[in-house]
Design a protein around this ligand. Sequence first.
Ligand SMILES: Cc1cc2nc3c(=O)[nH]c(=O)nc-3n(C[C@H](O)[C@H](O)[C@H](O)COP(=O)(O)OP(=O)(O)OC[C@H]3O[C@@H](n4cnc5c(N)ncnc54)[C@H](O)[C@@H]3O)c2cc1C
Length: 386
Amino acid sequence: MKNTHFDYAIIGAGAAGLHLAMAMTNDDFFLNKKILIIEKDLKDSNDRTWSFWEKEKGKFDSILKNSWKFGEFHSDTLSKKFDLGKYRYKTLRSSSFYSFSKKKINSHSNFIWVHDEVEKVEFPSESSPTIYTHNNTFTSTHIFDSRVDEDFNSKEDSNIRLLQHFKGWFIKTETPAFDVDKFIMMDFRLKWKNHTSFIYVLPFSPTEAIIEFTLFDQAIISDNVYDLKIKKYLDEFLELKNYSITEKEKGVIPMTDFPFHKKNNNQLTKIGTAGGWVKPSSGYAFKNCEKNAYKVVENLKSNRIPSYQLFNKRYQWYDTILLDILWNKNELGSEIFTSMFKHNSIESIFKFLDEEGTILSDLSIIKSFNPTPFLKTVGKRMLSKR
Ligand SMILES: Cc1cc2nc3c(=O)[nH]c(=O)nc-3n(C[C@H](O)[C@H](O)[C@H](O)COP(=O)(O)OP(=O)(O)OC[C@H]3O[C@@H](n4cnc5c(N)ncnc54)[C@H](O)[C@@H]3O)c2cc1C
């Protein structure tokens, strides 16, 4: 395998790498291309649960843990039930996604899967980009890289780095306790020190659900705080006493306006979290990875830089304003999301979060917010040209 050359190399077979590889398997353009996937882990176990929304049928419906047509939103001033209309909220386990995509990729002989860790990537001026792993060296005409760059972790710039951090309990009850057709998207009634924090509940069967406590905040909290909050929610809001915890899940997702896209060029495309494919104001990334993978494929086919038009400046601006408010006035999170859910249908909220609105439809979402913090933040940013 030493010194083998590939047309494309994908570093990291997580959400972004696998979506990209699968998008390539779906297109004959790539049949005669040699594609390398390098992944340091085995990807044979469950390491996260992915939720996303999409309009009715999707590519992963056969591996879903559940999907919902109805949802609820709660805060101190609003309790709202909604019908998702054309959309479905869907959840799948990462282990199902990994085996589903591996099976598909392995059925294409032009893909080579290497289990190894990338140590460094170099871009020599006279030859192809070179990838050094523990055991091998490869060259590739283009590299798709899901490793998050050191400069993001070094925090030596003025970009906002909010964290979406959470812990969830998978529970099993002795008697039926959940409506499997309805999930709780956000419940702000349980607070942590007035910070932006909420619970969500995804029922998988009448006796099984995941209950997760989430914060959009500057710092991680100690482990037992999440546990206390989830227990309190089960006791006081769901009034459940007899249940067992079958599994726990923890995670941290960056919510940031860091300019990941600046790394992209004709030889390198950063993908997934490392490429800024996480929606900064919501932390959702799974569906974005799928959408961006297909855009990258179209760009490659059209001989454009692969990252061409992956980002929409208007929505980047909205995201930055919301991040700035949550960074400086974190206590406003509940009020902001309450206004959004109070005045808009879930379908228009999803369209807005999917960056598929028109300026007019965006404005109708934006005008539902209390204008003061938004105008102040816009003014501050325009003055400082941050
Ligand atoms: C616990 C958790 C739950 C989440 N839930 C949701 C959700 O419900 N909905 C949603 O939309 N988003 C969710 N996210 C956010 C986002 O979808 C995920 O973080 C997603 O996995 C990001 O995709 P990625 O490809 O960038 O990273 P990953 O999926 O983490 O993949 C990166 C891959 O690169 C490999 N790798 C890293 N370094 C190297 C190296 N040097 N050499 C070789 N391989 C390497 C890693 O092993 C990994 O497999 C969640 C995140 C977490 C952490």
